[in-house]
Design a protein around this ligand. Structure first.
Ligand code: CA
Length: 711
């Protein structure tokens, strides 16, 4: 080989080496990549990018091709509780979570399991989860995967192996804090909030260093009950703006609530972090704040500096919140032209039923319009930014039957904004609720603390009345024009408990549903273009990604969440089935096996009786049990107590309710709140409901047997 040849071959080898891009380290997400994803098809963060629009620019699957969408692969999980997560796709790997905060990494092309991680949350922690033991997903950053566990831990995993890198307890474990929301990462800090405002906690947002889990800053959403500073980023603004908006002592026992359990977004140009804040504890302001004051920063949107947690501005959607009207719902950033002017806006459809458009630099209110049925307020005063409350809605002297319910006109189910149509696709919920002041309320540590008497929302015995209540409820997919402030089209769902949304540059809107259908609609007019039967309920939001030129659409299926737990009578009567991740592509020919349906067990109540006081049991049941087992023991999602074997003897019932025999499955002992005699009174009440249900079933069977045969 002569010298020239050698040089040439060396140069050629160097060129070749230069062409071979080094394989990226797994999970190598950083600020530049997240910024670039605003215009490419990656899905790197919970709401896809920092703007949380849930709009993908991918176009391979569009209004013309979507009819050819078929299953590419699926993965079945080991839990049949609610699935609320949005998977992330980073460098060919899908990262998702299931109920009980478990994390999975799967090959995004084939579904092959790369690793899984179980934080081994104590089952009894299910007691503190108002709204199922769900988790909405992970954050990925610089080779690590971050998950907030139900028990309040923030855990960093190695993105390549799933091995724990660090773990930090973000909450006081003596209090009923939970985490269900997805962390976000901004400027090398992983941000995590918490939940628990139905029980009695003080909400806050924390920022931890991604490398070692050290706390960088914390921002409390309510003043310190002991009247002293926390040594936190929130001290100054709480003293200046919030402390004077709280009255009485109720909130000092409960912590006041204000848990930021879901929404976050970030604007890198303005360098502002936005966070949505939850309801007050107790719900009822009469008991929380001597029926006085705005109670900052409950039910507010806050803008903070991500480096320090320093307060920049806030907007309170529901001053003096008294109805579980959280402002934790998705925060979406977009550029809109309003009255001829380009505006950098922040949009939110919180539980209270008004769609808010704010200037995200200043917090200035640009519009607030009802996007669903709203009776608690007649509008929002644009001068003051405050809602105009309808008379009697604070249920001070008599009950107030109003819309929305605590389920919210929109809940955590993600909405999506499509910059091409200019529409926000919102999964809305129309549900009434009777707010009744619980005149006997007193704080009970660790229990539900609402100050609302749930007896009033027991189901009516009268069938016509029950049907009338049901007729008032519905779920809708609403295509909302945030500039014209009106709906462009709607798709009505038979059940109110709704599902998350995705929209794409292919002119599509994807959404699942309670009855298990996963569908694609035309983003322009709502026409259904494609659907797939998942054979399970869907509440999570779909996502989409591209690999090797192929576009995929993924969705977590599995029913659950607050609606399924507490309103089973108004939702599909379905057995609890294992969660699945379904992934679709054009021409996909895979099939998912049919679910094995669990047998409906009947119990023999012959000779079963209780010396308990059923009437007392009725009251105790609705105070302690109904949020998970449904009003009037109607539960089917969490065990239907009317069909439970433990009902047949006092000993069996006591072993679960008082002795905690089922604690590992989420049913912790109620001995803190109930005596053995109370438990027996509840058993006596549930027995009457069980006998009633058996009688109704028998009557239906008799009617069927005596009906003339149809030809
Ligand atoms: Ca709440």
């Amino acid at each position: 080989m002569n010298t020239t040849k050698l040089i040439l071959s060396l140069a050629f080898a160097a060129i070749l080496a230069g062409c071979q891009k080094p394989a990226p380290a797994p999970g190598a997400v950083d600020a530049a990549r997240l910024q670039a994803a605003e215009t490419n098809g990656e899905w790197l963060s919970y709401g896809r990018t920092y703007s949380e629009q849930r709009f993908s620019p991918l176009t391979k699957i569009d209004t013309k091709t979507v009819g050819d969408l078929g299953l590419a692969w699926h993965h079945e999980f080991d839990t049949d509780r609610g699935q609320e997560a949005t998977p992330l796709m980073v460098d060919g790997v899908l990262y998702t979570t299931t109920a009980w905060s478990k994390v999975y990494a799967l090959d995004a092309r084939t579904g092959e399991l790369k690793w899984s991680y179980d934080p081994k949350v104590d089952g009894s922690k299910g007691f503190d989860a108002c709204c199922d033991v769900v988790n909405r997903g992970v954050a990925v950053w610089n080779g690590k995967v971050f998950v907030g566990a139900l028990d309040g831990r923030l855990i960093a995993l190695d993105a390549a192996t799933g091995k724990e890198v660090w773990s930090v307890q973000t909450t006081d474990t003596s209090k009923p804090y939970t985490i269900t929301g997805a962390p976000r990462v901004v400027k090398g800090k992983v941000l995590i909030g918490n939940g628990g405002a139905e029980y009695g906690v003080r909400g806050y947002l924390s920022a931890y260093n991604v490398d070692d889990g050290k706390l960088v800053w914390r921002f409390y959403m309510t003043p310190n009950p002991e009247g002293k500073p926390d040594g936190a980023a929130s001290d100054k603004v709480l003293a200046e703006k919030a402390a004077g908006t709280w009255f009485g002592d109720g909130w000092k026992k409960s912590g006041g609530g204000g848990t930021p359990w879901d929404a976050m977004a970030y604007d890198p140009a303005l360098d502002l972090l936005y966070v949505g804040v939850g309801n007050g504890t107790p719900w009822n302001r009469i008991d929380r704040s001597a029926n006085n004051g705005d109670n900052l920063f409950v039910s507010s949107i806050l803008a903070l500096k991500p480096d320090t947690g320093e307060y920049v501005w806030h907007y309170q959607t529901t001053p003096g919140e008294s109805w579980d009207y959280t402002a934790t719902q998705q925060i979406t950033l977009a550029d809109l032209t309003i009255e001829g002017k380009p505006r950098k806006v922040l949009m939110q459809a919180p539980k209270n039923g008004f769609f808010y458009v704010l200037d995200r630099a200043t917090g200035e209110l640009l519009s607030a319009t009802p996007y669903s049925q709203v009776t608690w307020a007649t509008g929002v005063d644009m001068k003051t930014g405050r809602p105009i409350e309808a008379p009697g809605v604070r249920y001070e002297s008599k009950p107030s039957l109003q819309f929305p319910a605590p389920f919210g006109a929109h809940n955590w189910h993600p909405m999506a904004f499509n910059p091409q149509t200019g529409l926000v696709y919102i999964p809305t919920q129309q549900v009434p609720f009777a707010y009744v002041n619980d005149g006997k309320y007193s704080y009970r540590h660790g229990s539900w603390n609402t100050g609302v008497d749930f007896l009033a929302n027991a189901l009516p015995d009268d069938k016509a009345q029950l049907a009338a209540v049901k007729a008032m409820m519905k779920g809708e997919l609403v295509a909302w024009d945030p500039v014209a402030k009106k709906a462009r089209w709607k798709v009505e769902h038979p059940y109110f408990w709704n599902a998350g949304v995705l929209t794409t540059a292919g002119g599509l809107v994807f959404q699942g549903s309670a009855e298990g259908q996963f569908a694609a609609y035309d983003a322009a007019d709502g026409k259904k273009l494609w659907s797939y039967k998942t054979e399970n309920g869907v509440i999570a939001a779909p996502m989409t990604y591209e690999l090797d030129g192929e576009q995929y659409v993924a969705i977590m299926v599995g029913y659950g969440g607050a609606g399924a737990l507490s309103s089973p009578s108004f939702l599909p009567d379905r057995p609890r089935l294992p969660g699945r991740l379904l992934v679709f592509k054009l021409g996909g020919k895979a099939t998912a096996p049919a679910y094995e349906l669990p047998e409906k067990i009947d119990i023999d109540l012959t000779g079963v009786s209780s010396p308990g006081d059923a009437q007392h049991g009725f009251a105790l049941y609705h105070q302690n049990c109904q949020v998970c087992h449904g009003p009037n023991a109607s539960g089917a999602y969490l065990p239907d107590l009317k069909r439970s074997q433990m009902l047949t003897t006092a000993e069996a019932f006591k072993s679960v309710v008082i002795d905690g025999a089922s604690a590992s499955r989420g049913m912790a002992s109620f001995s803190r709140f109930l005596s053995p005699a109370d438990a027996e009174d509840i058993r006596a009440y549930v027995l009457t409901e069980a006998r009633k249900a058996k009688g109704q079933a028998q009557a239906r069977a008799n009617a069927k047997a005596s009906a003339p045969a149809r030809g």
